[in-house]
Write a protein that binds this ligand. Structure first.
Ligand SMILES: *Cc1c(COP(=O)(O)O)cnc(C)c1O
Length: 385
């Protein structure tokens, strides 16, 4: 197999429409946060059904940091998160001097296990950070029940969940403090780098808007378009530099308009994988409950106990066939920093451990052709037994 036709694990879906929109932003003379970003925020909130504040940022990591800061998380506090996630979910707690309590996942959904959240709660717990793994929303009713019982807040890491729904409600409209979406290159839509925080809480939104840009009480665009003298601003806190550029905002607007088509394509690709791979000794990803939407950011397969090949052998076979894969994720309890800080052992996370040993993520992206997917399916059928 020629590697000239290497099929990557993910590839952004960028057309001339996105390129034109970015070029228009560049030619407009306003390249930092401005009219494109503002319109993107409004369109994003409308996409999720409105009644929300949407705050565009330069990454989901920045958005998670802003949200926790606005929620009042600080030194000595604890947040609860799944071990099977990207480090960004919890590193932001450390930025604020807080700590993370990592918990195991549900073996079917690979989402945080609500039963284990309860036993991780301490008097220092301030927030639960569910991650909608792969685009399958967590069982949020159980999480909100625990949060209310213990008086802790919920911040959703919705990096994979555009769009996903739980109990018929879109992620972004659920009654959490905030939800944070990612527009990183391989996510369900991209702005190159970028993210969006959504919340229904006006006070949280106001704090995040201020902290997004140096603690300035109004952002540059407002400053230049209001009656206040252009040169005047007030610093009310030591803020961050997390605002989105108008090139990214312009790119995001075009991607957002294409999101319904992106979702349909992801659903098609996922349905075909589910159908074609069902007779192999694999654990296929759980679909969303009837009536709910799975964003299908990832398609994670796991080798069953009766499979005669290892995960690493499957990855090697696919790689030899010119097919890229990935592993989501090396669990955080295995990462030197988190393992060492909390003295974690694999035995504390049996489900994430088992999943990790046997999982790989297949190529799944909207620009992928049916023929490309056939190559993946054929290569898997040739090696998984
Ligand atoms: C991608 C990702 C993030 C971080 O997103 P960025 O926009 O790259 O900062 C956070 N959490 C999860 C689960 C992710 O997959």
């Amino acid at each position: 197999m020629s590697h000239a036709e290497f099929l990557p694990f993910a590839r952004p879906d960028i057309t001339e429409a996105e390129i034109d929109a970015v070029a228009r932003a560049m030619r407009s003379g306003w390249v930092t946060t401005g009219p494109e970003t503002k319109a993107f925020e409004q369109e994003f909130a409308a996409y999720l059904g409105g009644g929300l504040q949407a705050i565009a940022v330069n990454s989901a990591t920045a958005g998670l940091h802003l949200a926790l800061e606005a929620m009042g998380i600080g030194p000595g506090d604890e947040v609860i998160a799944p071990t099977l996630t990207f480090t960004a979910t919890v590193e932001v707690a450390r930025y604020l001097g807080a700590d993370a309590r990592l918990v195991d996942v549900d073996p079917i959904t690979l989402n945080i296990d609500p039963a284990r959240i309860e036993s991780a709660i301490t008097p220092r717990t301030k927030a639960i950070l569910p991650v909608h793994y792969g685009g399958l929303a967590c069982g949020m009713d159980a999480i909100f029940t625990i949060a209310r019982r213990h008086g802790v807040q919920v911040l959703e890491d919705a990096a994979h969940a555009l769009p996903s729904s739980a109990g018929g409600t879109l992620v972004g409209q659920l009654p959490s403090a905030a939800a944070v979406f990612s527009f990183y290159a391989n996510k369900t839509m991209t702005t190159g780098e970028g993210g969006m925080v959504v919340t229904k809480n006006e006070a949280l939104a106001a704090r995040m808007r201020v902290m997004r840009l140096h603690g300035i009480s109004r952002d540059a665009f407002d400053r230049f378009s209001s009656r206040t003298p252009a040169w005047y601003y007030e610093i009310v806190a030591p803020g961050f530099k997390y605002n989105m550029t108008d090139m990214a905002g312009a790119l995001g607007r075009v991607q957002l308009a294409r999101l319904p088509a992106f979702l349909r394509r992801r659903q098609q690709l996922a349905a075909r994988y589910l159908h074609e791979l069902k007779d192999l000794p694999l654990l296929l990803p759980a679909d969303a409950p009837q009536g709910d939407t799975h964003a299908w950011h990832l398609f994670v397969i796991r080798l069953r106990g009766d499979a005669k090949v290892t995960r690493d052998e499957v990855i090697q076979h696919l790689s030899d066939a010119g097919i890229g894969t990935s592993v989501h994720y090396v669990p955080l309890h295995r990462q030197p920093y988190w393992q060492g800080r909390y003295g974690l052992t694999p035995e504390q996370f049996p489900e994430a451990e088992l999943a990790y040993q046997r999982m790989l993520s297949l190529p799944l992206f909207t620009a992928m052709s049916d023929d490309e997917q056939t190559r993946v399916i054929t290569a898997l059928k040739a090696c998984v037994r």
